[in-house]
Design a protein around this ligand. Structure first.
Ligand code: FMN
Length: 326
């Protein structure tokens, strides 16, 4: 029946359920790569996105790290922005209203130096119209305090999530770092502590140096690698996470095309976030959204839910060559 509907050209059902959160489609933008949304409104019909994840917000405004804080590599970029942001007051007064008026679900990425700061942010954001969920950034590799310190240790991550869980009724997404020995161990800890959803991955800790000046290319020395270079790492992390928890997983890392997005959905991610690709092609999310629909039609599926997590673990050669068509 469903295959007939797809063949007859009926609309594809792209709705995805992520525990308490239902999205019209699985395509979101990744925190820090899409500002507060409005910056992209000339290129992207924001209302068509599954959700907008805004730049990470802290209690106080942050200036971030000194420049240079972005460097390009052959297949991605390394950033050490250091979580520059306008702070929660300005976010609520000046940034959120524009997104509220566009009626796109807003996911607020939050960060703090201490567990109490995360708790305060969560309670201040609770119950505000238009905010669909919170995403806890416990995975930033570019700041000295907080950030990855929480995400690299299962016990600390669990403790933090437990505290934040008590402070909000909003769906809670915990964003994990790949810079650990076992991402599954951290995922299990945050699930046990009450996170509704896990998202992965944040950037991969990286270094770029200049052979001639003999200096680092980033003032912060190290930064976070993102973009195509990290896609296989992200895919492995998502796969391991999906295998180890029951809660829904959001895939992030190097997604630049519809086929990239489908690969994450195939291994079990129930939604995806597009990051660095927004800098390369500001319309990337719209192309990915339309491409997902075309791939599903090609496969004869009318519901995206029928595709998610359907990886056949047995490897068979030759591989399909359809990818180049999309
Ligand atoms: C310039 C830049 C700023 C970022 N800022 C944040 C942030 O504030 N909070 C966060 O959780 N992740 C942040 N990230 C990580 C992205 O959301 C995403 O997890 C990562 O870039 C991997 O996805 P990609 O390969 O599609 O870019 C940032 C990434 C970049 C490149």
């Amino acid at each position: 029946m469903e295959q007939d509907a797809a063949a007859a050209g009926h609309a594809t059902d792209l709705r995805v359920r992520l525990g308490p959160l239902t999205l019209a489609n699985p395509v979101m933008v990744a925190s820090g790569t899409f500002g507060y949304g409005e910056e992209y409104a000339d290129f992207v019909d924001l209302t068509r996105l599954g959700a907008v994840v805004v730049k990470g917000i802290s209690l106080e405004p942050r200036a971030g790290n000194p420049p240079p804080r972005i460097v390009e590599t052959p297949s991605g970029m390394i950033n050490a922005i250091g979580l520059e942001n306008v702070g929660i007051d300005k976010f609520l007064e000046e940034k959120l209203p524009a997104l509220q008026s566009r009626r796109v679900p807003v996911i607020v990425n939050i960060l703090g130096n201490t567990a109490d700061q995360y708790v305060e942010l969560a309670s201040r954001l609770d119950g505000i119209a238009g905010i669909a969920a919170l995403e806890l950034n416990i995975s930033c590799p570019n700041v000295k305090e907080g950030g990855m310190a929480f995400g690299a240790d299962p016990a600390m991550a669990g403790h933090l999530v437990e505290k934040v869980r008590r402070a909000t009724r909003l769906p809670l997404i915990t964003k994990l770092t790949p810079n650990v020995t076992s991402i599954a161990a951290v995922a299990k800890a945050v699930e046990a502590a009450g996170t509704d959803i896990v998202s992965c991955i944040n950037t991969v800790s990286a270094l770029a140096v200049d052979a001639f000046s003999r200096r680092p290319k980033l003032a912060n020395l190290v930064g976070g690698l993102s973009g195509p270079a990290i896609k296989p790492i992200a895919l492995r992390c998502v796969y391991e996470t999906v295998q180890s928890v029951r809660c829904p997983v959001i895939g992030i890392g190097g997604i630049a095309s519809a086929v990239d997005a489908m690969e994450f959905l195939l291994v079990g991610a129930r939604a995806i976030q597009v990051g660095t690709a927004n800098f390369v092609r500001p319309t990337a999310t719209m192309e990915i959204l339309e491409g997902i629909e075309r791939v599903l039609r090609f496969l004869g599926l009318s519901r995206i839910e029928d595709y998610i997590g359907t990886l056949d673990a047995e490897c068979r050669f030759p591989f399909a060559e359809e990818a180049c068509r999309f």
